[in-house]
Design a protein around this ligand. Structure first.
Ligand code: EPU
Length: 455
């Protein structure tokens, strides 16, 4: 072959590869019951928090997603013994007296949430070497607040061969931290670090997402002293040591919201089990603004037989546009923004969305435009003019929520839509295809040949 070029690309000459795509035939309505397990953005941090206590910590209600497997690998490389039952949703982590202190580049690159071992390792092992996450499809996402907070707690932080290194040979000590922005990741790392610091730490302008409340609750169960949980002002009094516990992960409000918006935009009727609307302020209201009927369901039996919360969404025949500005909790979550664009793109009128958290979350817009959506982006605003119906096309997921957003938009698209980049979706949604099929959608995962591209 060397030096000889044929006029056509050949399947065996390195220009093609095989990839899996989701192939969906629309239009389709979401109808039925869907079970939602624990939140990705909580469970990964709960797993990191286990490093703070020697012994076996057990986490339940764990979703079967790729990111959990990556976190298992990270904990194993740190020296923990981890048992993961993905069917029953249980992760059991045996943490030894001495754990390693390095989070490798290949893992952090695959999953940015790996940086949540930074706080626990600095607190307990007095040193952490965590690879810098690097580029991200939804924005720059700095680590400056993680760094400034750890430095205030007495750690010395520097960069070494692409690694963020934090060292505190004499241990951390309590301090006052004021966050410039209620960062979820920085709040979590700094709370975890403070639990074993000497003295009292206050964190002002802290994030207060349900996932933060979940991790603080688990830390308290482990013996940590934290006041102000669920408020922007956290006070943590350091203790000598924490003990391992068994903890149930809070339900995933973003996965729940995904199916809820799917019902609202497809004139569907979906009962979501596993999380109550009290953890989703604003979301129920926005669904109602779209003309959907939303009903709270308390004390119901969940898929795993336990008692819990849920809600039902019955979508309007054609949704009305909704106006949304993304904000830290209790504001409207940025992670549901693509679903609002999807809903507005088939709504009867014009809807405005303002994205205030991630500047690069508009990559989704180029893709949904391939389905015929009319979206105009200006700075951090997107103006969406609803059309009667979208038309199926080949589209690519650039991140987890963009991918799931494209699948939901495809419910209102005539014909076949193929979504590539599904690894992104599987990072955060368990059994996505099976769940959609059980809700009545004609969707399958198929293998496809693709020309290699180098952007
Ligand atoms: N930021 C900084 N410096 C910092 C920390 C954050 O500039 O030191 C900026 C970021 O660049 C970003 C903003 O602050 O513009 C928000 O970042 P935050 O730290 O709050 O977010 P995160 O911890 O990186 C988590 C979720 C995201 C979710 C955001 C906001 C996890 C693993 N990820 O990210 O979830 O969008 O909070 O709610 O918990 C997703 O699940 O699809 C996802 C992206």
């Amino acid at each position: 072959m060397a030096g000889i070029l044929t006029s056509r690309l050949q399947p065996d000459d390195g220009t093609f590869h095989l990839m899996d795509v989701f192939r969906l035939t629309g239009p389709a309505r979401l109808n039925g019951v869907v079970d939602v397990r624990g939140a990705k953005n909580s469970v990964l941090k709960l797993m990191a928090a286990s490093l703070l206590a020697v012994g076996r910590t057990t986490i339940t209600n764990v979703p079967a997603i790729l990111d959990v497997r990556i976190m298992v690998e990270l904990l194993v490389r740190l020296g923990c013994e981890v048992l993961y039952d993905s069917e029953d949703g249980v992760v059991s982590i045996d943490v030894p007296e001495q754990v390693g202190n390095q989070a490798d580049y290949e893992l952090v690159r695959a999953m940015r949430a790996s940086i949540s071992v930074l706080g626990p390792l600095t607190a307990r092992m007095r040193a952490a070497h965590v690879a810098l996450p690097g580029g991200d499809a939804i924005g720059s996402r700095g680590l400056d607040m993680h760094q400034a907070g750890l430095e205030a707690l007495g750690a010395v932080v520097h960069l070494d061969h692409g690694y963020f290194v934090a060292e505190a040979p004499g241990g951390l000590r309590g301090t006052e931290i004021v966050l410039g922005f209620p960062s979820v990741g920085a709040t979590e790392n700094l709370v975890m670090a403070s639990t074993l610091a000497q003295g009292t730490t206050t964190i002002s302008n802290a994030a207060r997402e349900p996932e933060i409340v979940d991790i603080c609750t688990m830390l308290v169960e482990m013996g940590a002293q934290i006041e102000g949980i669920g408020t922007p002002e956290l006070t943590i009094t350091g203790v000598e040591a924490l003990r391992p516990v068994t903890h149930r992960t809070v339900g995933d409000r973003i996965v729940a919201g995904t199916f809820a918006f799917g019902a609202a935009l497809s004139a569907g009727d979906v009962t979501v089990r596993g999380i109550g609307l009290d953890l989703m302020p604003n979301i129920g209201l926005k669904l109602e603004d779209s003309g959907a009927v939303v009903e709270e369901l308390s004390n119901i039996t969940l898929g795993d037989g336990t008692a819990g919360e849920g809600f039902r969404v019955v979508g309007a025949a054609r949704p009305l546009p909704v106006r949304v500005a993304t904000m830290p909790f209790p504001g409207f979550p940025t992670d549901l923004q693509p679903f609002v664009i999807a809903l507005n793109s088939v709504a009867d009128g014009v809807g405005l969305i303002s994205e205030n958290l991630f500047e690069a979350r508009w990559r989704f817009v180029q893709e949904i435009a391939r389905l015929g959506a009319k979206v105009r982006v200006d700075g951090n605003h997107a103006l969406v003019t609803g059309v009667d119906s979208l038309s199926g096309a080949e589209v690519e997921a650039s991140d987890i929520r963009a991918g799931a957003g494209l699948v939901m938009a495809a419910l209102r698209a005539r014909g076949v839509t193929e979504v590539s980049g599904i690894d992104h979706i599987e990072r955060g949604y368990e059994n996505f295809v099976a769940k959609l099929r059980s809700l009545g959608v004609d969707i399958e995962r198929v293998e496809k040949r693709d020309v290699l591209s180098f952007e």
